[in-house]
Design a protein around this ligand. Structure first.
Ligand SMILES: Cc1cc2nc3c(=O)[nH]c(=O)nc-3n(C[C@H](O)[C@H](O)[C@H](O)COP(=O)(O)OP(=O)(O)OC[C@H]3O[C@@H](n4cnc5c(N)ncnc54)[C@H](O)[C@@H]3O)c2cc1C
Length: 321
């Protein structure tokens, strides 16, 4: 398999233009190209031109010979192995305890999904409501003058802070283990649009995220897991330096092994409770968030010039440094 990078085509190209451009880059006849897929599609808006820049994966006859014939500056190489080797293999022991996960944000949901697929029937405890009911509380508060609900809002409820985030699905961290493509595939399987798999800056709005988190929850439940809403963890039971159980605000006690706290960064009452119980904490050296808003039309105009608003380009991304 070959990886071909920076294959550029103008904004208004047709899908059928890709194959001839690829053949030209590789210098091979049509019959020698067995097939190809798009790995990534980015928008290159530098130098006053707007182009699509593709990374493709291609299967060709006589691959070593084709590669050797290309000069080094053609941005073509043997495709790297980017398989995400997801989990440790199944163990041999039968584990009787069910894991308990506190929080159903992105972290808790994916922990729950992986444990459910490993046959561990996890119990997810979420202080807020299911995503649909939660969305009604949030829009009611924002637009209809409803009272603020301290347990169902932009931070608390199914999907966590992620459900009402900006929806950006890209990051600047180095993904050495290739988790991100795996994660995006899971999101597509749960109802996210397929183009997030190839867009260089994938994005998905709250409306669709609500559907995605509901599907993730349904899979966890179908595998024997449980997701309990309105279940705020208010205390923990620790014996011999091991957390054995959590206590809910209604006084009920749930044992679990392990117990995973996936509570995000805003659950201060829970941090205080854990601290009181002797759970070690480490302060971040420094963390400041600033939200700056610009009209999208202005950003599109600055980046795309005469192509601003073109349906194929969508909203222009930008970074403020
Ligand atoms: C305005 C905004 C915009 C953002 N935009 C982006 C973006 O575009 N792209 C991006 O990648 N990230 C974005 N983020 C960050 C992203 O939302 C977080 O990194 C992510 O949600 C963290 O996931 P998490 O599962 O760790 O925690 P959270 O999403 O915070 O989830 C924690 C969950 O735990 C529950 N919980 C807390 N305490 C308890 C308890 N005691 N008992 C039971 N349940 C409890 C909460 O109700 C919540 O559902 C944004 C964040 C904000 C606030």
């Amino acid at each position: 398999m070959l990886q071909i990078s920076q294959l550029t085509l103008p904004v208004e190209h047709a899908d059928t233009d890709l194959r001839p451009a690829l053949l030209k880059r590789l210098g091979i006849p049509d019959a020698a190209l067995r097939g190809f897929t798009i790995k990534q599609r980015a928008i290159d808006a530098r130098r006053q031109h707007v182009n699509f820049s593709y990374t493709l994966l291609a299967e060709v006859d006589h691959e070593p010979r084709v590669l050797k014939a290309l000069s080094k500056d053609t941005q073509t190489c043997a495709a790297p192995d980017e398989t995400y080797r997801q989990m440790a293999p199944r163990g041999e022991h039968i584990v009787s305890n069910r894991p308990v996960i506190v929080g159903s944000g992105p972290c808790g949901l994916f922990a729950g999904l992986l444990l459910a697929r490993a046959g561990r029937k996890p119990i997810l405890l979420e202080r807020g409501k299911a995503a649909g009911d939660r969305a009604r509380d949030v829009t009611g508060f924002w637009r209809r003058g409803w009272d603020f609900n301290p347990e169902s809002n932009v931070q608390y409820g199914e999907g966590g802070a992620g459900t009402f985030s900006d929806g950006k699905l890209y990051t600047q961290i180095r993904d050495r283990e290739h988790r991100i493509p795996w994660l995006l595939k899971e999101m597509v399987a749960a109802g996210a649009p397929e183009d997030i798999l190839i867009k260089a800056r994938p994005h998905i709005g709250t409306d669709r995220l609500i559907k995605v988190v509901r599907h993730l929850r349904e899979e966890i439940i179908s595998l024997g897991g449980e997701v309990r809403f309105g279940s705020r963890v208010s205390d923990v039971v620790i014996e011999d330096q091991t957390m054995r159980a959590v206590m809910l605000a209604d006084g009920s006690v749930i044992e679990g092994a392990p117990i995973i706290f996936a509570i995000g960064h805003s659950s201060r009452d829970t941090f205080e409770m854990l601290h009181r119980n002797g759970v070690p904490f480490e302060a971040k050296p420094f963390s400041v968030g600033v939200r700056i808003e610009h009209p999208q039309r202005l950003v599109d105009q600055m980046l795309y010039g005469k192509w601003a608003g073109h349906a194929r380009l969508g909203s222009a991304p930008y970074k403020f440094v």
